[in-house]
Design a protein around this ligand. Sequence first.
Ligand SMILES: *[C@@H]1O[C@H](CO)[C@@H](O)[C@H](O)[C@H]1NC(C)=O
Ligand SMILES: *[C@@H]1O[C@H](CO)[C@@H](O)[C@H](O)[C@H]1NC(C)=O
Ligand SMILES: *[C@@H]1O[C@H](CO)[C@@H](O)[C@H](O)[C@H]1NC(C)=O
Ligand SMILES: *[C@@H]1O[C@H](CO)[C@@H](O)[C@H](O)[C@H]1NC(C)=O
Ligand SMILES: *[C@@H]1O[C@H](CO)[C@@H](O)[C@H](O)[C@H]1NC(C)=O
Length: 299
Amino acid sequence: MSTILITISFVLMFWAAAPRVAGAAGGILQIPSSDSLAHCIPSCGDVDIFYPFGIGPGCFRQGFDLTCNHSTKHPKLFLGSSTVQVTDMYHGGFSTPIIFTLTTTPGTYTYTMSWEAPAKGITIGGDNTFYVVGCDFDVTLFEYGTQDVVGSCMSRCGGKKAPTGVPCNGIGCCVIQLPRDLPGFQAKLVSTNTTATQSDWLHPGIMAFMSLDDYEYRDNTTAIFSSWTNVRNFHGAMLRVTIVDQPSCETAQMKNASYACSSCQNSSSGGYGCYCNRQGNPYILDGCMQGTSGPTSPK
Ligand SMILES: *[C@@H]1O[C@H](CO)[C@@H](O)[C@H](O)[C@H]1NC(C)=O
Ligand SMILES: *[C@@H]1O[C@H](CO)[C@@H](O)[C@H](O)[C@H]1NC(C)=O
Ligand SMILES: *[C@@H]1O[C@H](CO)[C@@H](O)[C@H](O)[C@H]1NC(C)=O
Ligand SMILES: *[C@@H]1O[C@H](CO)[C@@H](O)[C@H](O)[C@H]1NC(C)=O
Ligand SMILES: *[C@@H]1O[C@H](CO)[C@@H](O)[C@H](O)[C@H]1NC(C)=O
């Protein structure tokens, strides 16, 4: 067996340079009212910002600070000082691109891809799927940290180009559905024919991305191949957020920390998540909508 060389070219680098948990000053721990957040920046580019995330003192819960970078034509939103970009935000979560392109080298068979959440309390939601596109490989996905096997899939092309317009089910494309929320992952890819992965002049190499389990991608590889030419078109992965400064719903309620929670769920990884029965933001005072007479669009 030849030396294992890792030659991954990240299209986008997702490594957090340093843990940002200790990060920016000015984070709050009590539950704010929407009035006390009125001065906060509501959006960055076309991404709306929802508490507990925020920019600037008094606008975010400790550990949930964001940075809006205006140096590009379209401002970009990032988690703290990390390189994890926020491309869309929801109550309790956000989406971020997690995309890898591998340039395979003849004679090199093993490649790895990995992604780790930049802070405790951020996980890749179990409703995401890992899509891997290319010819003649086996992939195994491991949970970051525990190294537990999460799933595996394989692709064979039988000496032909990866076909488009077919489901992503093992010919030129395969998927691994996540069984649960993960703090990150490592994917080990073994190429079974390094000639085959380079045989397609249009899409040389192998590409992988994490995204919601989306029929548009899963049932017809055409959408995947058309996004490959401009990877920024890919739908991002859905990340979930839990509050980890309290160990459970009960302790949070005792400290009034979950004031607007219509329903509170312990997280398996410690901490809790807060949800509204209807719409609204459970992380602010009276933030959940109470039928039609409730607050209109709280942020
Ligand atoms: C914004 O992005 C530019 C270009 O990527 C980078 O050089 C700069 O350091 C960033 N600014 C901040 C405040 O992060
Ligand atoms: C796959 O998607 C493409 C582009 O949207 C479409 O033209 C094609 O008919 C689809 N193929 C199948 C089998 O649904
Ligand atoms: C490897 O891939 C090339 C190009 O697709 C093909 O011609 C060749 O038969 C494959 N080799 C094996 C052992 O499958
Ligand atoms: C949450 O966790 C705490 C302590 O681990 C436990 O006592 C409690 O019953 C759990 N609550 C729910 C709603 O699962
Ligand atoms: C929680 O809120 C209730 C009602 O506002 C208040 O009476 C109580 O003192 C609070 N408890 C703590 C620990 O802050």
